[in-house]
Design a protein around this ligand. Structure first.
Ligand SMILES: [Mg+2]
Length: 378
């Protein structure tokens, strides 16, 4: 029996509520008190485990309940009893079995990669084409409605060596966004500042707002208006001389063709939770590069487990050149689910070398923060 013929014998799920240390306001909604994620653990007959995470957000991609049900009811039968080497077939079947639920498919893809890589004794990035970088610049989002708290976070970030931030804008009013940009530019000149509206600008005022914000020379401006307003995105892109990034407007490879045909952005935020897996995220990045668009390593509200999946994906995807925003495990969660801290050094995410995702999940933490579970032995 070869390693890749090992049969998958366990499919366990946890729906977790993980407390956070601050409020985050975005253009499409807020997060306070806790985030909700779903963790999948696959077990193979040889005794190895593989973990994956679904990190939905109800106003963006979907709900944790939907991710849990997609995995528990519709995807589980596609997985149990199959060899780990059937990974590509399982993903194709999952794609057809459940519409949308891209975060559930990302959890499945991650757990299959982690399991296969642990069985083979190699890092996940080796299964994704090999490592093209061993550090990824980290961006932290500034999104607290209490700006004084964010100013204290900025000092901590500066001390930690972080040099990229993304200002979340469009959740209060334009004056608040300009006030924060002025202060950040004055007090933290060493930072690369990017701006993300999360669709928060009204179509009538978006042009005037972006002209003001462009004057602060942000590295890019992300998703200023509603995802479906593609023509307006294209007009905004033509009118300002700061790169425009698409986030909510591009989920998976299927969205890239209309996005490029309309010329709605200069770059795209690539997220495994939007694309529905690591390999599909790589496809989005490659499609972007093929038409001269840049690519950024975005994320949802995640634990360190999903950050690890994104880290391995970006390590093997040279087309993603704008860094990543895997900050929640270090700066937002009160407690992560990994057994050792998500690896960040001097403002850079460190790509793990150990087999699988490279860091273990702490099973006691899963039990402590679980609000629903399925598939565990009694
Ligand atoms: Mg965004």
């Amino acid at each position: 029996m070869t390693d890749q013929n090992q049969i998958i014998t366990e499919f366990a799920l946890w729906h977790l509520s993980l407390p956070v240390n601050a409020r985050r306001d975005h253009g499409i909604g807020s997060v306070e008190h806790a985030i909700e994620i779903v963790v999948l653990r696959l077990g193979a007959e040889g005794g190895q485990y593989g973990y994956g995470e679904a990190s939905p957000w109800v106003v963006f991609t979907g709900s944790a309940e939907a991710s849990f049900a997609a995995l528990d009811r519709y995807i589980r039968p596609l997985v149990i009893g199959r060899p780990v080497g059937a990974h590509p077939s399982i993903m194709a079947e999952a794609q057809a079995a459940v519409a949308h639920c891209t975060e559930a498919k990302a959890a499945l893809d991650t757990a299959l990669y982690d399991l296969r890589a642990r069985i083979a004794g190699i890092p996940v990035w080796a299964l994704l084409g090999g490592r093209t970088r061993d550090r990824i610049p980290l961006s932290c989002s500034i999104a607290d409605p209490d700006f004084d708290k964010d100013l204290r976070l900025m000092e901590r970030l500066r001390d930690d060596g972080v040099r990229i931030i993304k200002l979340k804008a469009g959740f209060r009013d334009h004056a608040f966004d300009i006030l924060r940009l002025e202060r950040l530019r004055k007090d933290f000149p060493e930072f690369d500042i990017r701006v993300d509206y999360n669709q928060g600008l009204h179509h009538d005022t978006a042009m005037a707002c972006l002209r003001d914000v462009a004057g602060f020379r942000p590295g890019f401006i992300e998703q200023p208006v509603k995802a479906h307003l593609r023509d307006l995105m294209a007009r905004l892109r033509d009118a300002i001389d700061v790169p425009l990034l698409a986030d909510e407007a591009v989920f998976g490879p299927e969205d890239m063709m209309p996005a490029t045909a309309l010329g709605l952005a200069d770059g795209v935020s690539v997220k495994i939770m939007k694309s529905g897996g690591l390999a599909r995220a790589q496809t989005v990045a490659r499609m972007a590069q093929s038409v001269g668009m840049s690519a950024y390593g975005g994320d949802m509200f995640e634990s360190g487990l999903a950050h690890l999946a994104g880290t391995h994906m970006i390590a093997a995807t040279p087309e993603i050149t704008l860094g990543c925003e895997f900050y929640q495990a270090s700066y937002f969660l009160r407690e992560d689910i990994l057994s050792t801290p998500f690896p960040v050094e001097n403002g850079q995410v460190v790509v793990p070398d150990a087999p699988g995702l490279g860091v273990d999940v702490d099973p006691d933490t899963l039990a402590r923060f679980s609000i629903n579970r399925s598939g565990l032995a009694a």
